[in-house]
Design a protein around this ligand. Structure first.
Ligand SMILES: Nc1ncnc2c1ncn2[C@@H]1O[C@H](COP(=O)(O)OP(=O)(O)OP(=O)(O)O)[C@@H](O)[C@H]1O
Ligand SMILES: [Mg+2]
Ligand SMILES: [Zn+2]
Length: 369
């Protein structure tokens, strides 16, 4: 029962795009006044809404309802009902051309771009080229594009999307309106998952959504595919342990309780927990990375309490409270612990026996001086 959540729940309006407030505000304004630019550059980490927003801009340009209804135009959103909107959603609108710059086909399509932009739209009013993975374009392709951007035909809109904006030539960036998509927080991702769960009658705890969000490392798409996978394997009711087992990563609270053993110098408790993690089939490398991150947050908070604000944006309220408690336990001598774990992590990566460096780190980090 694959739901293909990331397709089903792709934002259909600007208002549904999470986290890209500035970008959304400016594009909505442009939509309201029908002043879309001829060239956009969407830059930012994977799975944060670049392609989604490009399609929204394409809909704004071609939505039939907007074209004839001024009241509708005032909303700054596509109608999502007309043939043009639906065809764009389904990826079959003749005037919305998505090119994957990284693929072979994309290379051919880029070669034809110069002629293709000159040809009038088939249905119109706008011909929109969405060029994904733009950082992969060849030098020739950039040149062809530059020519087009210098004198864009009036009915053409070009949207470049890239995860590596530093690879885009300055001649291009200076001719396109650039938007930086920011990486999204764990909380924002978990929030969207909880919303989808409600609509799909999926039952799972906040801790489970948080763990999926954490594993997705800032990508909505990764989070949504993972969510799909968990549902496929466990059904519409699953526990945080189910998620832990599927992804080999422990949930926040388990991590927190392990860290508490470390901070209170409970060697026996810590070693027993390491053993459990190992026997449970979790990735020890991932676990060590997560422990380092947790300790780092506790350390930063103990030295710089104002960081609470930043962490509040990344964590749930419960998690933040737990972390704050641990920050109070943090002492200068615990810095040795962080160092020991960082050393262990680099040894574990190349070791056949990752358990040993981890155990040694625990013992060394906690031994009495
Ligand atoms: N800002 C967002 N708000 C809500 N959902 C989002 C957002 N960004 C991405 N998603 C979800 O993730 C899926 C993939 O997003 P999208 O294709 O727009 O990412 P992208 O930034 O183009 O990523 P990539 O760099 O990997 O191409 C969407 O279908 C949507 O469900
Ligand atoms: Mg994309
Ligand atoms: Zn429409």
């Amino acid at each position: 029962m694959a739901l293909a959540i990331y397709r089903k729940y792709r934002p259909a309006t600007f208002d549904e795009v999470v986290g890209q407030e500035l970008t959304v505000r400016i594009l909505k304004e442009a939509a309201k006044t029908s002043h879309l630019a001829h060239a956009y550059l969407f830059a930012g980490p994977r799975g944060t809404g670049k392609t989604t927003t490009a399609r929204l801009a394409a809909k704004i340009a071609n939505c039939e309802t907007r074209a004839r209804d001024e009241r509708f135009r005032a909303q700054g959103e596509p109608c999502n009902q007309c043939a043009a909107c639906r065809e764009i959603d389904e990826g079959r609108h003749l005037d919305v051309i998505e090119i994957d710059a990284a693929s072979n086909r994309g290379i051919d399509e880029m070669r034809d771009l110069k002629e293709s932009v000159r040809a009038a739209p088939a249905k119109g009013p706008f011909k929109v080229f969405i060029i994904d993975e733009a950082h992969q374009l060849t030098k020739d392709a950039w040149n062809a594009l530059l020519k087009t951007l210098e004198e864009p035909p009036p009915q053409v809109m070009i949207i470049l999307a890239t995860t590596e904006v530093e690879k885009v030539p300055p001649t291009i960036t200076s001719r396109a309106q650039t938007f930086h998509f920011r990486s999204v927080t764990r909380d924002e991702i978990a929030g969207k998952l909880a919303g989808i769960a409600k609509k799909e009658a999926v039952q799972a705890s906040e801790e489970a959504f948080d763990l999926i969000a954490a594993a997705a490392e800032g990508s909505f798409r990764d989070a949504e595919s993972l969510f799909d996978q968990v549902i496929t394997f466990r059904g519409k009711k699953f526990s945080v342990e189910d998620v832990e087992q599927m992804i080999g990563k422990v949930a926040f609270m388990k991590l927190a309780s392990f860290t508490e053993f470390l901070l209170t110098r409970d060697l026996e408790g810590a070693l027993t927990r390491v053993e459990e993690i190992h026997d449970g089939g979790y990735s020890l490398l991932q676990f060590t990375k997560d422990v380092i991150q947790y300790l780092r947050r506790a350390a930063v908070l103990s030295y710089q309490p104002a960081m609470e604000k930043k962490f509040a944006a990344e964590l749930t309220d419960d998690h933040l409270k737990t972390l704050l408690g641990h920050a109070k336990l943090f002492e200068p001598s615990h810095l040795e612990l962080i160092k020991a774990f960082i050393r262990a992590y680099s040894q574990m990566r190349y070791s056949q026996f990752p358990l040993i460096p981890l155990e040694i780190a625990v013992i060394e980090g906690l031994k009495k001086k």
